[in-house]
Design a protein around this ligand. Structure first.
Ligand code: ADP
Ligand code: ZN
Length: 436
């Protein structure tokens, strides 16, 4: 299939052109930032008093990092660079890790978000022939509205169904012939587990593809969703601080997410030294947004862990790809002194074909030690009179986890539908130790 470009010129521009755009964009962003109470003293403190102090992209390195904490300090209007009357919308992060942070958009910003989103959507092959069900929250969360505007820009028929009421979601999919869906991977798996109850089989649906993001998931989870529905799943990355979805998206090759470098300057840094790491090496993603007037954010530490693909993508897009996010640096659990990322546990669990669509990680105190329990739903029909196959599965999961994370976990198997589900971002980890 031929690659579909939304804006071929922008998507395939040469590295030199990307860098020229970035330098011009950075000068504008710095000029705007100097208008804000938050950035003015910061930038002046490092000798940046005007856009002319940015002479090359290397000057980016002079600018201090911005953290989530800084955004909270600048709450509510400390980073706004335009007249209040020019702001037309605000969004807030979902607050997964604390107080929500707020971002603002002008009319032009709203249009630019839709454009980046439209590029991303088109790269998956979706177009005006598609019926698009947007199964994410439409509130303050960027994922709903920003994706919605992009999908309309592409010309898809958009069903703004939001989350919840799974049986109605399934009815919409069937009745309207939904071809493309946007949901968190965990909620999409939940929808699948309810199909049979609604008397629907994946073959009754016209579904071709899903955009999945907003939470970390593994390659095995992607394959699981693809296999269960018989569709293609495209990884979608964004964060509200950077306008939400449309920051980076997989093209039809589904191998790494193109990060739109004419809208963002990307860096990957070592979390200890805070120095850039070479392409291909894992580190924390740092982003500078160039495509927003209302609220500049310079060198934002996303806390998301990824690496940059060293090779160009065969699709022809020149914007570099980032690897699947393996987690947030603050997701890391320390269990009896051993560092464990929830994604490592998901990798083991979801690779087992007998495993169903949901799992949960529980960490508790047991005396002076930490106890790790991994609760796993199995696929339908496996709780039978003969418990031997399940016992064998439990032991296989336990042994593989122990080999990978050097902790001997307690593994529980559950019937389908027994573990709690979230319609938005999944809550996979319950850390009871924090409550002590
Ligand atoms: P919050 O920070 O409160 O969760 P956001 O809605 O802005 O609010 O969430 C953005 C975060 O979601 C990202 O920083 C990242 O950790 C996670 N995320 C988004 N898309 C993906 C994805 N495709 N893969 C992994 N994690 C993702
Ligand atoms: Zn590509």
């Amino acid at each position: 299939m031929a690659t579909k470009f939304w804006d071929k010129e922008a998507e395939t521009m040469s590295r030199a052109d990307i860098e020229r755009r970035q330098l011009a964009g950075l000068k504008v962003a710095v000029a705007r930032a100097l208008q804000t109470p938050f950035y003015k003293p910061r930038l002046e403190g490092v000798g940046i008093k005007g856009p002319d102090d940015i002479k090359s992209l290397a000057d980016l390195q002079r600018i201090p990092y911005t953290t989530k904490d800084d955004l909270r300090k600048a709450y509510p209007y400390g980073m706004v660079a335009v007249d209040r009357r020019d702001i037309v919308r605000l969004h807030a992060s979902s607050g997964t890790t604390g107080t929500p942070t707020v971002i603002y958009l002008t009319q032009k910003d709203v249009a630019r978000c839709a454009d980046f989103m439209a590029r991303s959507i088109s790269a998956t092959g979706a177009d005006a022939n598609d019926v698009f069900q947007n199964v994410v929250n439409y509130g303050l969360f960027t994922g709903g509205l920003v994706m919605h505007y992009g999908a309309e820009r592409v010309g898809m028929l958009v069903i703004p169904s939001g989350t919840g009421n799974t049986s109605r979601q399934i009815k919409f999919m069937k009745d309207f012939g939904t071809t493309t869906v946007h949901a968190t991977p965990s909620y999409l798996l939940h929808i699948h587990s309810k199909l049979a109850e609604e008397g629907v089989s994946p073959g009754d649906l016209k579904l071709k593809r899903a955009f999945c993001g907003a939470e970390p998931y593994t390659e095995d989870t992607r394959r699981k969703i693809e296999g269960l529905f018989g569709i293609e799943v495209f990884n979608s990355y964004g964060l509200s601080e950077m306008n939400g979805p449309g920051v980076a998206f997989e093209c039809e090759r589904r191998d790494g997410m193109h990060l739109w470098e004419d809208g963002y300057i990307l860096e990957v840094i070592d979390r200890a030294s805070l120095e850039s790491v070479p392409d291909g090496e894992l580190g924390e993603l740092v982003l500078t947004i160039l495509c927003r007037e209302a609220m500049p954010i310079l060198r934002y530490r996303t806390r998301d862990l990824t690496s940059v693909y060293p090779e160009p993508c065969p699709c022809g897009r020149t914007h570099r790809r980032i690897a699947r996010i393996t987690g947030r640096s603050d997701d890391m659990l320390i269990i009896n002194g051993i560092n464990v990322f929830p994604s490592q546990i998901e990798e083991v669990v979801m690779a087992m074909p007998e495993v169903g669509t949901n799992y949960l990680i529980l960490v508790e105190k047991q005396g002076s030690l930490d106890k790790l329990t991994v609760k796993v739903e199995v696929g339908p029909g496996q709780f039978a009179d003969d418990s031997r196959p399940l016992n064998a599965l439990r032991e296989r999961i336990r042994a593989r986890l122990q080999a990978l994370i050097s902790i001997n976990p307690h593994v529980e198997l559950h019937e389908p539908g027994m573990l709690p589900v979230s319609e938005g971002k999944a809550k996979r980890v319950i850390d009871e130790r924090a409550k002590l």
